[in-house]
Design a protein around this ligand. Structure first.
Ligand code: HEC
Length: 163
């Protein structure tokens, strides 16, 4: 072997060593990332007590959050979830038989209305209460279909929470 060949060989060897070193370093780094992802990373990562968990809320989807606001705006003057006011309380209205909230004085129309509140008949009710129950004392209509949908989704979500 000439000196020149030797020189080239050692350059080549050096290059191979460097490449191998880089590869090792990057796989070590991958391991470190994998450990962090797995949650058992050493001191530098966020300790478990700092992990922010979402607080439990009554409603979990966007539609029923919008529904809650709409409910307060449109129905809040007469209804609440937990108290009878001008209208009966609504905390467990979904799937409840019409006219059966204890302690509320319903019109004869509501007492005689023979149905359980579902998405469909709540929608009909909110469009026009007097058409569903002629003689009812609820004199309020909600003409916007999207708003009815959001409010009904909200009432459904709170009712399920109570069950
Ligand atoms: C101006 C007052 C008023 C507003 C506003 C109002 N309600 Fe009512 N609501 C009443 C009254 C009064 C009754 C009882 C009707 C009866 O006995 O005939 C009632 C009854 C109901 C019932 C039947 C309850 C049952 O126990 O069977 C539902 C459902 C209802 N309202 C939903 C709503 C929703 C949802 C809104 C808002 C989009 C709303 N109401 C807005 C006054 C109101």
């Amino acid at each position: 072997m000439t000196n020149r060949t030797k020189a080239w060989l050692s350059v080549g060897l050096l290059a191979v060593t460097i490449l191998a070193g880089l590869k090792l370093a990057s796989s070590l780094q991958d391991n470190a990332i994998a450990r962090q992802v797995a949650g058992n990373a050493p001191k530098t990562s966020t300790p478990p007590e700092q992990v922010v968990l979402p607080l439990p809320t009554v409603s979990t989807n966007d539609e029923s959050v919008a529904g809650q606001t709409l409910y307060q705006e449109k129905c809040g003057a007469c209804h609440s979830l937990d108290q009878n006011r001008v209208g009966p309380r609504h905390g467990d209205i979904y799937d409840r038989r019409a006219g059966t909230v204890p302690g509320f004085r319903y019109s004869a129309a509501l007492q005689e209305l023979d149905l359980k509140w579902s998405t469909q008949n709540l929608d009909a009710w909110l469009q026009n209460p007097s058409q569903l129950a002629p003689g009812t004392s609820m004199g309020f209509r909600l003409s916007d279909a999207k708003e009815r949908e959001a409010i009904i989704a909200y009432l459904k979500s709170v009712s399920q929470d109570l069950n």
